[in-house]
Design a protein around this ligand. Structure first.
Ligand code: CU
Length: 407
C-alpha cells in the first residue's frame, strides 16, 4: 500500500514541477492528491480479517449518528450478528423474509374485552394452555403493513387466567410458516428461563412444559428466542393472571391492554410496508408506541365501553421493550392500584401509575360521570406516536360532580 502511495506522490510531484508557475493548477493537483490518498486509506481500512468486517449500515439511526456498526461475519455463523454483550443471541440480520409469505390479518389488535371469566373454584387444578407462535402481516396504521410476530395472531397474545397452586401444562406450537424458532418465558414461572429453554421450538413443531403457579399476580409472558428483544418488539407478549386463593374482588367489567413499541425503518406516518429496524431498537427510539399492537386499537369499535355506576378493572401490561409507561386516564382517578400488579397491599386514589417493561399493573375504578375518557401514557408525546385509547361511559350526568358554570 505504501508503494502505491509513493508512486502517486511521485507522479503528482512531477506534474507540480511542470506547473510551478501556475498556482491555481497547483491547488487543484494538491486537492486531487489529498482525495486519492484518502480513498486509498479508506480502501485499506476496509480490508480486515475474514472473521470481522466494518460495515456502515443502511439504518437511518446509524448513519445519522455517523456511526459504523461492526458486524461479526465469522465462518459458520448464520447471517450477520451485531457484536453485543448480553447472554443471548444478539440482534442479527437474516435474509429478508418475503412479507407475501405470511398470512394477512385484518386487525392485529387484541380485543380489550376478550378475557376469560374469573375463576370460581376453591382448589388447584391442572390447566392446559395451547398457544401458537404465528407470524403475520398486518397494519400498524392505515396502509402501513408490518411483519408482526405474535402469540395466536394478535398483539398482545391471549389473556391467560389460572389460580395460585394450579399446575399449568403449556404447549407452544410454532406455525409452519414461521421464519424463526420461538419460545415463551412467563414471569409467573419459577424456574430458570421462565420456560424459554423448555419451549423453544422450530417452525412446524410443538413443545410442552409444565409449571406450578406458586405466587399470585399479573405477569407478562413473552417470546425469549434469540434475539429476545427483537421477538418482543415484533409483538410476542401477553399477560397471565394468577388469581389469589380468594380471587380478586368482583367488578362489573374487566379490560386487557398492553403498551408496546414498534421500531420501523420508515418514519412515523410513512404509508408503505415497514421493515423492522433493530438499530433503532437498540437505541431505544421507537417510531410507534401503541396499545394492543397498532394505532387506534382502543378507539371506535375497539374502545372500552361501560356505564355510570360500573366498577371496572384494567389489566395493563407493558411489552416494551424500552419505555416505562406512565399510565393515566384523563379525567379519572384510580380508586385502587395494585402497584406493579403485585397482589398484596394496594394504593388508593392514584392519578398516574408506572408500568415497567416486562411488568404490569391492575387498576380499579368506579365510574361516576358519563363521557369519553382518554387512556394515555402520560409521557404525552407518546400519544402522538399512538399511545392512547378511549373509555366511553354512558349514563346520566350528575352536574354536582362536573358541569360548566354559566355566568
Ligand atoms: Cu419469538
Amino acid at each position: 500500500m505504501s508503494k502505491l502511495l509513493t508512486k502517486i506522490k511521485t507522479t503528482v510531484s512531477a506534474s507540480l514541477n511542470t506547473l510551478n508557475n501556475h498556482p491555481q493548477s497547483r491547488l487543484i493537483y494538491t486537492s486531487i492528491f489529498i482525495l486519492i490518498t484518502a480513498l486509498v486509506y479508506g480502501l485499506a481500512s476496509g480490508i480486515n480479517t475474514p472473521s470481522q468486517q466494518t460495515m456502515t449500515m443502511g439504518s437511518s439511526a446509524a448513519t445519522t449518528m455517523g456511526k459504523s456498526m461492526t458486524m461479526n461475519m465469522g465462518k459458520g455463523m448464520k447471517g450477520m450478528h451485531m457484536i453485543t454483550f448480553g447472554p443471548g443471541d444478539s440482534y442479527h440480520v437474516h435474509k429478508k423474509a418475503d412479507p407475501a409469505l405470511f398470512e394477512k390479518v385484518s386487525d392485529i389488535s387484541k380485543d380489550a374485552s376478550d378475557i376469560p371469566q374469573p375463576i370460581n373454584r376453591t382448589h388447584p387444578e391442572t390447566v392446559e394452555i395451547n398457544l401458537v407462535a404465528k407470524e403475520v402481516l398486518a397494519d400498524i396504521a392505515a396502509v402501513t403493513p408490518f411483519h408482526y410476530w405474535t402469540f395466536n395472531g394478535t398483539v398482545p397474545g391471549p389473556f391467560i387466567r389460572v389460580r395460585v397452586g394450579d399446575t399449568i401444562k403449556l404447549s407452544l406450537t410454532n406455525d409452519k410458516s414461521s421464519s424463526h424458532d420461538h419460545s415463551i418465558d412467563l414471569h409467573a414461572v419459577t424456574g430458570p428461563g421462565g420456560g424459554a429453554a423448555l419451549t423453544e421450538v422450530e417452525p412446524g413443531k410443538t413443545k410442552t412444559m409444565q409449571f406450578k403457579a406458586l405466587q399470585p399476580g399479573l405477569f407478562v409472558y413473552h417470546c425469549a428466542a434469540g434475539n429476545a428483544p427483537t421477538h418482543i418488539a415484533l409483538g410476542m407478549y401477553g399477560l397471565i393472571l394468577v388469581e389469589p386463593e380468594q380471587g380478586l374482588p368482583a367488578v362489573d367489567k374487566e379490560f386487557y391492554l398492553m403498551q408496546g413499541e414498534l421500531y420501523t425503518k420508515g418514519m412515523l406516518g410513512d404509508r408503505k410496508y415497514q421493515e423492522f429496524d433493530g438499530f433503532k431498537m437498540i437505541e431505544e427510539r421507537p417510531e410507534y408506541i401503541v396499545f394492543n399492537g397498532r394505532v387506534f386499537s382502543l378507539v371506535d369499535n375497539g374502545g372500552l365501553k361501560a356505564k355510570v355506576g360500573d366498577t371496572i378493572r384494567l389489566f395493563v401490561g407493558n411489552g416494551g421493550v424500552s419505555k416505562i409507561s406512565s399510565f393515566h386516564i384523563i379525567g379519572e382517578i384510580f380508586d385502587k392500584v395494585y402497584p406493579e400488579a403485585a397482589i398484596g397491599q394496594t394504593l388508593e386514589n392514584v392519578q398516574t401509575t408506572l408500568i415497567p417493561n416486562g411488568g404490569a399493573t391492575m387498576v380499579e375504578l368506579k365510574l361516576d360521570y358519563p363521557g369519553n375518557y382518554v387512556l394515555v401514557d402520560h409521557a404525552l408525546t407518546r400519544v402522538d406516536r399512538g399511545a392512547w385509547g378511549l373509555l366511553s361511559v354512558s349514563g346520566d350526568k350528575d352536574n354536582s360532580i362536573y358541569s360548566a358554570l354559566v355566568e
